[in-house]
Each structure stands twice: as structure tokens, then as C-alpha cells.
Design a protein around this ligand. Structure first.
Ligand code: GLN
Length: 194
């Protein structure tokens, strides 16, 4: 497959920035809101935003189970920030009723790096990619990972990028920097899986 079709879960969050970054990384990118749209993509990005809201809307739109099913079946997924939280098998401090899609064996801590006004940028060394400018906005970190989860980057002694099989997740937001290497890595994963 030359040009994979990659969806961006468009319930809440910075959808547009991911659509732009994916197009720049040579994918056909489109928003995904319904199960029929999910069925048509070769890969899916779950954007940054607010994981409690994304969780609520996914349930409301009847997307939670279809998302879980496709991820379980091996759909390549990439979650940034709130998206990372959505891919966690377990949240340490969930809002009551907060659900995740799961897919990555890890426990995450929400808002771990502090509040909105403690947001920051830092250079993060990502395995296989190199130094990446990481934008951290009320970012989670990964508290612990399972045996199958590969740690791709740490910042300040905390895990901020992971991969397990076809699932990739970062605490930071590469869609906000104009550097499309993380999206290119994901597009390669989608190509390899197809
Ligand atoms: N703190 C947010 C959450 O819990 C994530 C913030 C972000 O995506 N920038 O979902």
C-alpha cells in the first residue's frame, strides 16, 4: 500500500493539527466520528485534548466498543497526551466512570507533569527517531509498563513514549511543532501492518 488512509478520532481535541501532520507525512488523513468511518481507515490517531471528555463522547457516540475491537484486532493506533491515556490498560487516577480503549499494557498518571500553567517544552530523545521537541500540556506520564511494552523515551526519569505492537503513544504533542517525524514513524507502522 502506498498511501495509507489514517483517521483522527474527532470527538474532541486537536484534530486539525493531526490531520495536517499526517498529510505532511504522506498519508490520506480524515476525521473519524462513527463506527462506519472507523471501519474504513488503515490506522487511527487519538489526539490530545481531555481524556475524560473523549471517553464520555466515545461512549455516547457508540464508539468505545468498536474502537476496542479494532485495536484488539491490530489496528495501528497512535495516541498523544489524552490519546495516550485512552490507550492505557489502566489509569491510576481516573475520573469516576472514565473508560479507556486500552491496547497498551501500562498504567498512566493523568496531569502528572502539573497544571496547564506548568506546561513546558523539552527535547526528548525518542528511540529510533532521535531528539524531538516535546510539547507537554497537562501531560500524563507512564507510571509502569508491562513486559510487552517498549519504552521509547523518558523525560525527568518518567516514561513519556511507548510502543506495544501496533500501538504507539506519547505524553507530548508532536502535532504542534511542525516536525512530522513521529507521524512519519506512525505512517510507516501503518504501511507495515497493511
Ligand atoms: N490532562 C489531559 C487529560 O487528562 C490531557 C492533556 C492533553 O491532552 N494535552 O486528558
Amino acid at each position: 500500500m502506498n498511501t495509507p488512509v489514517i483517521g483522527v478520532l474527532a470527538l474532541q481535541g486537536d484534530v486539525r493539527e493531526h490531520l495536517i501532520a499526517l498529510a505532511a507525512a504522506d498519508a490520506v488523513a480524515r476525521p473519524v466520528r462513527r463506527p462506519e468511518e472507523l471501519a474504513e481507515v488503515d490506522g487511527l490517531v487519538i489526539p490530545g485534548g481531555e481524556s475524560t471528555t473523549i471517553s464520555k463522547l466515545a461512549a455516547l457516540f457508540g464508539m468505545l466498543e468498536p474502537l476496542r475491537e479494532r485495536v484488539r484486532a491490530g489496528l495501528p493506533v497512535y495516541g498523544t497526551c489524552a490519546g495516550l491515556i485512552m490507550l492505557a490498560d489502566k489509569i491510576l487516577d481516573p475520573r469516576s466512570g472514565q473508560e479507556t480503549i486500552g491496547g497498551i499494557e501500562m498504567i498512566v498518571r493523568r496531569n502528572a507533569f502539573g497544571r496547564q500553567n506548568e506546561s513546558f517544552e523539552a527535547t526528548v530523545e525518542v528511540a529510533g527517531v532521535g531528539p524531538v521537541e516535546g510539547v507537554f500540556i497537562r501531560a500524563p506520564w507512564v507510571e509502569s509498563v508491562g513486559a510487552e511494552t517498549e519504552v521509547l523515551a523518558e523525560h525527568g526519569g518518567h516514561i513519556v513514549a511507548v510502543r506495544q505492537g501496533n500501538a504507539l503513544a506519547t505524553s507530548f504533542h508532536p502535532e504542534l511543532t511542525g516536525d512530522h517525524r513521529m507521524h512519519a514513524l506512525f505512517v510507516d507502522m501503518v504501511r507495515a501492518a497493511s
